[in-house]
Design a protein around this ligand. Structure first.
Ligand SMILES: [Zn+2]
Ligand SMILES: [Zn+2]
Length: 330
């Protein structure tokens, strides 16, 4: 394994390129390159800005290749840190492969304020203060580095194979939850998993409420699939390589089960709003973005519990309060 400034040769024809990110929190997106008969398949491509393009070209050079060798781009999902640069690479002639449901998320990708307005409406119904509701619904200008959505040249279904060549065939595994079109890719011969944001070391991906009724339920099901595959070596899109991907999937399931348990405890004796629970479950002093994500995550957990009759909710003055229903004892 040789390590350059931007790239690491992971062996077996696979390279990792670290693409810098223009926002705080995560330091970089890991793109992966796989050498095949026709050229290089690139998995994820980072945001659309100069430093990303520079790191991608330098990283490819460190691996003894160039952008002209890339014959395929696979994006794991519709988030700008994974496909921001895609529309430029597609315009330069590199075909894009994504899950077939990516087209359903294009409108949201290009207009972030659809989900901001939606979250603003939810925030009002769930007890957030008026200034938070107003700020959330007002939205923010979309940053240039997000790029624009591009329709994939090839849309794959769950279980479909993508032949890279030179001993590598990838099978797409549809793993929605973090985002509806998310796919992981497993290399059929080495059993290495490219996990995108679905399974990450040390951190857990945000589960946003608002796009579908039960995103956490969907996410936990997708994690269970990875757990059952008995995956070892895993190449995630952020942080470092994971030795035991299926074990990490189990740990993330347990993390959410603990959080679900904590929420049930919180509403056991007294009904609470989702906004009150954000204050109880998450650390204090969140910045505005963290506050929005925390409210969204809290709603994903509460609605998961409500759909399974673990909690119920009642409206008081136009605001939802969640509570633990009394169980009849025999
Ligand atoms: Zn993501
Ligand atoms: Zn990401």
């Amino acid at each position: 394994m040789s390590v350059g400034t931007y790239a690491t040769d992971l062996g077996d024809g696979v390279g990792q390129i670290r693409l810098p990110l223009p926002f705080p929190g995560l330091r970089w997106t890991n793109a992966y390159t796989i050498r095949g008969d026709e050229g290089i398949t690139l998995i994820d491509c980072g945001v659309d800005d100069g430093p990303t393009r520079y790191a991608l070209e330098k990283g490819l050079a460190e691996l003894g290749a160039g952008l002209e060798d890339v014959v395929n781009l696979i994006c794991t999902h519709m988030h700008p840190d994974h496909m921001g640069l895609a529309q430029r690479l597609v315009a330069e002639g590199i075909p894009l492969v994504m899950h077939e449901s990516a087209v359903d998320a294009q409108e949201h990708y290009d207009d972030w304020n659809i989900s901001r307005r939606n979250l603003g409406r939810l925030a009002a119904e769930h007890g957030a203060p008026a200034d938070f509701v107003t700020r959330t619904a007002a939205g923010d200008p979309r940053p240039d580095w997000a790029g624009t959505a591009v329709t994939p040249d090839r849309m794959v279904k769950d279980g479909e194979q993508i032949v890279v060549g030179d001993g590598h065939t990838l099978t797409a595994i549809h793993t929605p939850g973090h985002e509806i079109s998310h796919i992981c890719l497993v290399d059929d011969s080495s059993q290495v998993l490219y996990s995108g944001d679905h399974v990450l070391p040390r951190i857990t991906p945000v589960i946003m409420y608002g796009f579908e009724a039960d995103p956490l339920g969907t996410y936990l099901e997708s994690l269970q699939r990875i757990e059952e595959m008995n995956i070892g070596l895993t190449y995630p899109a952020h942080v470092d390589v994971l030795e035991r991907g299926s074990l990490r999937a189990r740990q993330i399931i347990l993390h959410h089960e603990r959080r679900l348990g904590a929420m049930v405890q919180e509403v056991k004796n007294q009904p609470k709003t989702a906004w009150e629970l954000v204050g109880e479950i998450f650390r204090p002093h969140l910045d505005p973005l963290e506050e929005r994500l925390a409210l969204s995550e809290t709603l994903a957990h509460l609605e998961y519990l409500r759909l399974r009759d673990e909690v119920d909710r009642t409206q008081d003055g136009g605001v939802w309060h969640y509570y633990r229903p009394q169980r009849s004892r025999r």
